[in-house]
Design a binder for this molecule. Structure first.
Ligand code: AVI
Length: 320
């Protein structure tokens, strides 16, 4: 590996983005909410990995199958002499499909808020792809996206799998796609998007029989207890994840099972019996509705791939 560019650039979270600030600000709102970015501490990331392997959670294996099946066509659209920029902590299994299919990748730039995750990525990939230039970047991809150009300006290709775009409300999703588009400087974006489907299928995916999604949701409370000395009893909250067909999204909540008062960092929060705390939205699109959204963000949508059951989609978008 060429280590000259593999130094981790570090920004660190601004004070208003820390878990303690985000949690207490969200619980002070009416209705109460906790931002879904706080799911992903170490325990939460492991729980999410387990979700990805659940039989009900069709998204991960369907997306992997799409990537394998269409790798040659995707590689042709991407072209060669490119820099691949991955937005957020992805599964290395997914990006490897691209690294193996695309000819002559100049650099791989994984962008994530977790330095530990990036260190692991660099170690694993450096061993397997010794000729690849790795330049991990510690950054929040929802913020400004400034990347130093590589010598010779290879075409920039964004990779944003896993339908993480669905966790943003449509207006915020368009804004995020717009910032990604600007950072790609005329390149392209390969993005995975979950599709609207039978609500029963969606409901099962977010209410799995093994209870892993419930544990993932309640990990927010466990994390608050561990990191901030809060006194949540996770058993006094229920995991609730209905599908909202009007907004085309799964909504996740933690519902207080009784009247209770919780102390976090010296602040008191009262919960009524049956009071919900909103923890996540996961929007579902049709291929057409997503292409329309991408167009609003300044992309020209080109190819789109889906599976036989039309569960999940991959899109190739060109930056205007
Ligand atoms: C990361 N994100 C796309 C997942 C989703 O499906 O919205 C997070 C998740 N929440 C519950 N299960 C999985």
């Amino acid at each position: 590996m060429d280590t000259s560019l593999a130094r981790l650039s570090h920004a660190g979270p601004a004070p208003h983005e820390t878990f303690s600030h985000g949690l207490t600000a969200g619980l002070a709102k009416t209705p109460k909410e906790i931002a879904c970015k706080y799911f992903y501490d170490e325990a939460g990331s492991h729980l999410f990995e387990r979700i990805c392997g659940l039989p009900e959670y069709y998204q991960t294996h369907t997306e992997m199958a799409l990537l394998y099946r269409h790798a040659a066509e995707i590689a042709q659209l991407i072209g060669d002499d490119v820099e691949i920029v991955e937005f957020g902590a992805g599964s290395l299994r997914k990006v490897r499909i691209l690294l193996d299919a695309v000819a002559n990748i100049r650099a791989y730039t994984p962008l994530d808020i977790s330095g530990d995750y990036l260190t692991d990525v660099v170690q694993i990939l450096a061993a397997n792809y010794p000729a690849l230039l790795l330049r991990p970047l510690i950054a929040d991809f929802t913020g400004p996206l400034d990347m130093v150009p590589l010598p010779g300006n290879p075409r920039r290709i964004g990779f944003f799998p896993g339908s993480t775009i669905g966790n943003f409300k449509p207006a915020a999703a368009i804004a995020l796609l717009g910032r990604m588009r600007a950072s790609l400087e005329g390149g392209g974006l390969l993005i995975g998007v979950d599709l609207a489907k039978d609500p029963a299928r969606l409901h099962a995916a977010y209410n799995d029989s093994a209870g892993v999604t419930a544990q993932f949701n309640k990990n927010l409370l466990v994390r608050a207890n561990r990191e901030l000395g809060a006194n949540f009893d996770p058993n006094a909250f229920a995991h609730y994840a209905p599908y909202n067909p009007t907004e085309h999204r799964i909504e996740m909540y933690l519902v207080s099972l009784k009247r209770q008062s919780i102390t976090i960092c010296g602040k008191h929060f009262d919960f009524a019996a049956d009071e919900p705390v909103h923890t996540e939205d996961s929007h579902k699109y049709t291929i057409e509705s997503f292409r329309e959204m991408a167009t609003h963000a300044g992309f020209n949508p080109r190819a789109a791939w889906t599976d036989q059951e039309r569960l999940f989609s991959m899109h190739w978008l060109e930056a205007r």
